[in-house]
Design a protein. Structure first.
Length: 56
């Protein structure tokens, strides 16, 4: 399973050792593990809406 996220603490962020964590990430881990999905690929994305506002 793939899960895309933005770096937006406290929802999603990188821990001191570089692991993805945060309340949304941990919620996804719990839900998917409950469904029997043990392999999760976290994919960092960028917020494209901020580019629109910044670039006009």
């Amino acid at each position: 399973m793939r899960f895309a996220y933005l770096i937006e603490p406290p929802f999603n962020y990188l821990s001191d050792n570089g692991d993805v964590t945060g309340c949304y990430v941990e919620l996804i881990r719990t839900v998917l593990n409950t469904l029997g999905i043990d392999t999760i690929e976290f994919i960092e994305t960028e917020d494209r809406t901020s580019h629109r506002h910044r670039d006009g």
